[in-house]
Design a protein around this ligand. Structure first.
Ligand SMILES: Cc1ncc(COP(=O)(O)O)c(C=O)c1O
Ligand SMILES: [Zn+2]
Length: 565
């Protein structure tokens, strides 16, 4: 049984579907899943980019700032069917503090948490649902680790499309509830994500319903291109000097990857921009997976063309549990090798959760564990020296922590104050204020940061205050610090070496001369390459040495905790 459908309203001259195996051209229909010539299931949308070269930028300049801005390169023709939850055109901003910490001057975050359902899957749902409406399909099936189902549920609700969502029982209940609230039929599958996908496909084929097949679905891959288009348009505003056209590709695009539709679509988007003559290079992909389910990374590192499936994923990050990436991997690898750039890397759950807390505390972004995987990968590759200081890097911050926030905090994360305990008439206000004052009592350890760079002081202060219980003060020069010691003796000093006036070595000298200050522990944090002579001067006189741009919050906290315990 198939549903009613209209013929594609687009001209085959300008928009067609091409089989990746035999290159056969066909018109587009969302229910067509295989090439009529060879039976291949890997097909891509193609557009007459040559004909669009002149007109594309002029045409979009009159379009609004959402993903439909790029509708000339999307498989939806009739604007009355386009979803209107304002998907796309999420902000792109510089990650200043994280950049400072990692020694990366041009690190940008594409904040996909700001879509209508708070993940980058909003794009996929918007374009797919609009295609379904245009072809008058009234039911659809999705198999998901959560976010795709939530995004589709919202757009299908607005489009009046009945949605069947197959979710593995590992999907957090908060996410399941969100799916159900939109009126989606939820089918909980006890089994792996790959098993649930097979079941959903059988159900959809049996009923003749549309099913999203990830990177093999035209609408899905096309929707992800809009990320590339937006990044290139937004980045040009930050880097006008590098940008003769109004478009600028980054050197790197980072994303946490499960099925691979994201990077495949994004790469296709950048290639189309290049064919349109708008950008000069294609970014290197940073494909990051969770160690407990990293079939792509294993195959990449082994140099294999095909990824061996991971049958039983072993990670808490359920969002990223595609054990069998199939041809997504092979396709991505081929593209990355052809471009001669890019890396596939995995991170442990612990690295991801550490990154999650660091990003929240340093950048003010509460991200979901899957998105934290991309951050952890970035951190790992920055520390390994793979990324250069002036590389322009864009990281897809692919989802918000909201649905799973409850699971991310340790006990004792809040201070409890009950106003009823302070309601005695004689001292209501004073009692409450005293209780609030006592919040600072635990902060008995004083740390002084001596650094002439305000950014560096701010970053170190932030790391210390957000992750540990310290009273932090700052001095912007060696002489100001020495003056300050007379009144406030710190329990620990964090000292920069390169400063005008008195440098770090002079401060150290002065401290060690005064007996009452000579025992204050010192951690040196420097951007300076130390000569052997300089190292000798520090030898035995400091408790730790950290190189700026090469240490993370955790390293500093670990050092400080060990010294002060
Ligand atoms: C928040 C988040 N990040 C990353 C991914 C991985 O996406 P892809 O399908 O491109 O592999 C997902 C997939 O569901 C996701 O929800
Ligand atoms: Zn074919």
């Amino acid at each position: 049984m198939t549903q009613n459908s209209d013929e594609s309203p687009r001209d085959l001259q300008h928009f067609w579907i091409e089989c990746l195996d035999c290159k056969t051209k066909t018109s587009f229909h969302p229910l067509d899943e295989v090439c009529p010539e060879c039976g291949g299931t890997w097909r891509f949308a193609r557009y007459d980019l040559e004909q669009m070269r002149e007109s594309f930028t002029t045409r979009i300049s009159s379009h609004q700032y959402n993903l439909w801005r790029y509708r000339d390169l999307l498989p939806v023709t009739d604007s009355s069917f386009q979803t209107r939850l304002n998907e796309g055109w999420t902000p792109l901003f510089r990650a200043e503090q994280l950049g400072l910490l990692l020694g990366l001057d041009q690190l940008y975050i594409k904040d996909e948490r700001q879509g209508p359902t708070h993940s980058f899957k909003d794009r996929q749902a918007a374009v797919s649902t609009s295609v379904l409406r245009e072809y008058h399909l009234h039911q659809a099936v999705i198999c998901s680790t959560g976010n795709v189902a939530i995004a589709f549920s919202a757009t299908c609700a607005r489009a009046g499309i009945k949605l069947w969502a197959f979710l593995t029982s590992l999907v957090p209940p908060e996410k399941m509830h969100e799916v159900a609230i939109y009126g989606t039929k939820v089918i909980k599958v006890t089994g792996t994500y790959d098993e649930a996908k097979r079941l959903a496909a059988e159900f959809a084929h049996h009923r003749g319903f549309y099913i999203d097949r990830g990177a093999r679905s035209i609408a899905t891959v096309e929707s992800m291109k809009t990320l590339a288009f937006e990044i290139a348009e937004q980045l040009a505003l930050y880097l006008p000097e590098r940008t003769p056209t109004r478009w600028q590709a980054p050197d790197w695009y980072f994303q946490a990857v499960s099925g691979g539709a994201g990077p495949i679509g994004v790469m296709k988007g950048f290639r189309e921009l290049s064919a349109l003559g708008l950008i000069n290079s294609i970014p290197a992909m940073g494909v990051i997976q969770s160690e407990g389910c990293a079939p792509m990374v294993h195959a990449w590192k082994a140099g294999n063309e095909v990824a061996d499936p991971v049958r039983q994923p072993n990670t808490h990050i359920t969002t990223l549990t595609t054990g069998d990436p199939g041809r997504s991997y092979t396709h991505l690898r081929k593209q990355m090798l052809a471009a001669n750039r890019g890396v596939m890397e995995s991170v442990s759950d612990e690295e991801a959760f550490r990154a999650l807390h660091l990003i929240a505390k340093l950048e003010g972004l509460s991200v979901e564990p899957a998105a934290a995987v991309a951050f952890a990968g970035l951190i790992k590759l920055a520390k390994a020296g793979v990324l250069k200081r002036d590389d322009v890097i864009v990281l897809n911050c692919s989802g918000h922590a909201m649905p799973v926030e409850g699971q991310l905090l340790a006990p004792g994360w809040a201070h409890d104050i009950d106003t009823k305990e302070y309601s005695l008439p004689e001292q209501p206000k004073e009692g409450l204020l005293a209780a609030l004052e006592s919040l600072d009592e635990s902060l008995v350890r004083r740390i002084l940061i001596i650094d002439d760079e305000a950014d560096a002081r701010r970053l170190i202060r932030r790391v210390l205050e957000a992750q540990g219980a310290y009273l932090v003060s700052e001095a912007e020069s060696g002489s100001a610090a020495l003056h300050d010691f007379e009144t406030h003796r710190p329990d620990l000093i964090i000292l920069d070496l390169m400063m005008p006036d008195l440098d770090g070595f002079d401060v150290l000298e002065a401290l060690k001369r005064k007996s009452e200050q000579s025992d204050i522990p010192i951690i040196v944090v420097t951007a300076k390459e130390l000569s052997s002579e300089e190292r000798a001067k520090l030898e035995g006189r400091i408790e730790g040495l950290l190189i700026k741009g090469d240490f993370l919050g955790d390293d500093l906290i670990d050092h400080v905790d060990t010294i002060l315990d």
